[in-house]
Design a protein around this ligand. Structure first.
Ligand code: SAM
Length: 282
């Protein structure tokens, strides 16, 4: 039974880190003319009005996207972050006011070219219903089903390039290993794909199962970026940071993100840190 709803957390520090990384990857992929399939295994609702009851309950966006949005003029000199904030403005009904936070499908969706394809999976019936109501192009497939199984069923894809985002809610302990196994199986079917995986940094360190599984499975060219927002207090169990794995990262991703994350950490960390590098080299 699925209970997680991303609307409670939309626009928080982890979303900023995840979507900034996704934006940087997509930006790089779109520099070439050949078409892309973007497959989102855990799509969520697609768009989150900040005044929705769920999002308003915890208001996590106040310690996430809001401080960056407020400072967007001061951040104009940071190329990737300012570009991300400009894209965020385009997701608003009124670009001068931040009233909505776009989810992962949007970061490719708003730049999709005619020949690019998009597959969005969402297993939660209610969340899928929200996604189905988004005014997206008919060329965007929204599937009510398991994204990990769906990914493996749909490989290889017809376009020359493939970008995958795996962004589970990790409600079950076994999910970390399942994600690692799916990633390994998917990379065997699509060796040149760029695949991104988000994972939470919890005091229990459960993400290590995922990272070790990927290394032991023999995957190469695996890059990671981790934003630790704060040090956990004694006995704490909640999320203290956000991690991203990227298999086959585009050239220059590490430098671009390190530069963009520095002002993010300065504004959202309490106090925080960011580190990145190869998890498994070539
Ligand atoms: N990717 C979204 C974004 O960045 O805007 C957020 C996704 S949220 C972290 C995880 C979503 O995955 C939830 O909406 C949940 O209902 C859904 N979900 C959980 N297990 C799933 C599965 N096996 N296949 C597809 N969706 C699943």
């Amino acid at each position: 039974m699925l209970s997680y709803q991303h609307a409670y957390h939309a626009g928080n520090f982890a979303d900023v880190h995840k979507h900034l990384t996704l934006h940087a990857v997509i930006d790089h992929l779109l520099r070439k003319k050949s078409f892309i399939t973007y497959l989102d295994t855990h799509a969520g609702r697609g768009l989150y009005p900040l005044d929705a009851t769920e999002t308003n309950r915890l208001q996590e966006y106040r310690e996430g996207v809001i401080p960056l949005w407020k400072d967007r003029q001061a951040l104009a000199n940071e190329p990737l972050l300012s570009d991300w904030l400009a894209a965020l403005a385009r997701a608003q009904p009124d670009p001068a006011h931040l009233t909505h936070y776009p989810g992962s499908p949007w970061w490719m969706g708003h730049r999709r070219r005619t020949g690019d394809r998009q597959w969005l999976f969402e297993l939660h019936a209610g969340e899928h219903e929200h996604l189905a109501q988004q005014p997206l192009s008919e060329a965007v497939a929204r599937i009510h089903g398991d994204g990990l199984k769906g990914l493996l069923q749909r490989l290889p894809v017809k376009t020359p390039r493939l970008c995958v985002l795996i962004d589970p809610s990790y409600e079950r302990k076994g999910e970390y290993l399942e994600v690692a196994e799916t990633l390994l199986a998917a990379m065997r079917k699509a060796r040149h794909a760029v695949m991104l995986v988000w994972y939470p940094l919890l005091p229990a360190g459960r993400h290590r199962e995922l990272l070790e599984g990927v290394r032991e499975g023999g995957l190469r060219k695996v890059w990671y970026g981790e934003f630790t927002r704060r040090t956990p207090t004694e006995g704490e169990r909640g999320m203290v940071g956000s991690g991203m794995l990227v298999v086959n990262p585009p050239w220059g991703l590490d430098e671009r993100l390190a530069a963009a994350m520095a002002p993010v950490v300065a504004r959202l960390g309490a106090p925080g840190s960011y580190r990145s590098g190869w998890w498994v080299e070539e």
